[in-house]
Design a protein around this ligand. Structure first.
Ligand code: HMG
Length: 388
């Protein structure tokens, strides 16, 4: 019996409805704008309005996939996030309802900082390998939020990616070898009583780079492809310069020169969206396949990092004909549709993040996206589809 080829059949991106230019943040906080543009490699950050969150972005990312392929065969929805909206209920259950998915579907939320979308993708691949008639919808959606006026503030962002995992994928096959690495590190976390992440920025960079080497060594020990047989790399991008740091560390470790120029194309969305935690690595992949028309048959190394920390390196092989299935124009439209924020409104939105669930709430209708967080009643979150 020949092995089933499993991978990403479709991939779609969504982001929040507002955008802050980092030049404006730099002017406000008295920073040289080059620090953000060049030092961090960031130009803008997406900012959610009062009626947007990980659920509305995740559902918006998945909607075009359902328009194209329908819901037939989808028996699992994995929702990966580290900015969950409830301690018990999966954000995926809200999305399941908003998208009208069949009741015969398992739904679960996965958490391990920015890493969990990769765990979801691997679990999805396992389910499809076991039963190639099944499809799995993987959604990664996050709002990255730090304290105002902190060093991390410029690395905030918000975005979502949805992926349909199937047999005989149209975009990219997931190869079976994977390298993994876990180390208990207090580099970044979010206590239950905080809407903002707590971070030791310098330590987080060290932990990330240690994870890259740990996962790489495991990958190689398990028969993963040598560097010379990996044509492109996508790295988790908390800020896009981090991809260069990761690449340099890998090159130093292996004692070879790696082409950093090839990374530039993977930063196209993350530079403008900011950190989207679980979605960030897959935004790098989206940017790559949307911009590069010479990837058929090429192997892509995917480095996933989640603070705390877990790292995984796995590889994809891009499929012939993938260009016909990319969604770059849709992503550019979503980016262009964002409403620019001035600093005052951005800070107001940031401060309004914490909601007291004891008080019923109706949110202002600001979002122009297909789904809205409409408010709270009886301490439960309510959502609506706005384009139906
Ligand atoms: P900082 O300490 O204020 O910045 O905050 P810095 O002084 O280190 O400067 C940053 C870079 O800009 C440096 O470049 C400077 O030289 C350069 P580097 O030396 O690193 O190559 N720079 C300039 N460049 C040009 N012109 C100038 C200029 N000035 C300075 N005028 C820090 C930076 C990343 C620490 C902060 O933003 C932060 O804490 N961010 C949040 C944490 C983070 O993103 N960590 C990344 C690794 S951990 C991770 O990826 C996981 C995460 O996504 C969460 C999860 O997994 O759940 C965060």
């Amino acid at each position: 019996m020949s092995a089933v080829r499993v991978g990403i059949h479709d991939l779609s991106v969504a982001t929040a409805g507002h955008v802050l230019a980092l030049d404006d943040l730099a002017a406000y906080d008295g920073t040289d704008p080059a620090k953000y543009r060049v030092g961090l490699g960031q130009e803008q950050m997406s900012v959610p309005g009062p009626d947007e969150d990980i659920v509305t972005m995740g559902a918006a990312a998945a909607l075009p996939i359902l328009h194209t392929h329908g819901a037939d065969g989808i028996r699992t929805l994995f929702f990966a996030t580290e900015s969950g909206v409830d301690q018990s209920k999966s954000a995926g259950v809200f999305v399941h309802e908003l998208l009208g998915l069949p009741a015969t579907c398992r739904v679960v939320e996965l958490k391990q900082a920015c890493y969990s979308a990769t765990a979801a993708l691997q679990a999805a691949a396992g389910l499809v390998a076991r039963n190639p008639a099944e499809k799995v919808l993987v959604i990664a959606s996050d709002v990255a939020r730090y304290e105002l006026d902190s060093a991390a503030e410029a690395t905030q962002g918000a975005g979502a990616v949805a992926m349909l995992v199937t047999a005989d994928p149209a975009l990219a096959e997931i190869e079976p070898v994977s390298g993994v690495h876990t180390a208990d590190v207090d580099d970044f976390w979010r206590p239950n009583d905080s809407v903002n992440a707590v971070v030791d920025g310098k330590l987080s960079i060290v932990a990330y780079l240690d994870g890259v080497i740990g996962a790489w060594e495991d990958f190689r020990a398990r028969g993963g492809a040598p560097l010379g047989e990996i044509d492109r790399f996508c790295h988790h991008q908390p800020f896009t310069r981090m991809a260069v740091k990761a690449h340099r560390r890998l090159a130093e470790h292996e004692g070879v020169a790696l082409d950093e120029e090839l990374l530039a194309v993977t930063t196209g969305y993350n530079r403008r969206i900011g950190n989207s935690y679980t979605a960030s690595l897959y935004l790098a992949l989206a940017a790559l396949i949307d911009a590069d028309d010479d990837l058929a048959g090429r192997r892509i190394g995917m480095f996933s990092y989640g603070s705390g920390s877990v790292t995984e390196l796995f590889t994809l092989v891009v499929q012939p004909g993938y260009r016909a299935h990319t969604r770059g124009a849709e992503t550019e439209r979503a980016l262009a549709a964002r409403t620019p924020l001035d600093i005052a409104r951005y800070r107001e939105l940031h401060a309004a993040t914490h909601l007291d669930s004891h008080a019923d709430l109706q949110t202002a209708h600001e979002s122009s996206g297909p789904f809205r967080f409409t408010g709270l009643t009886g301490r439960a979150r309510r959502y609506a589809r706005t384009d139906a």
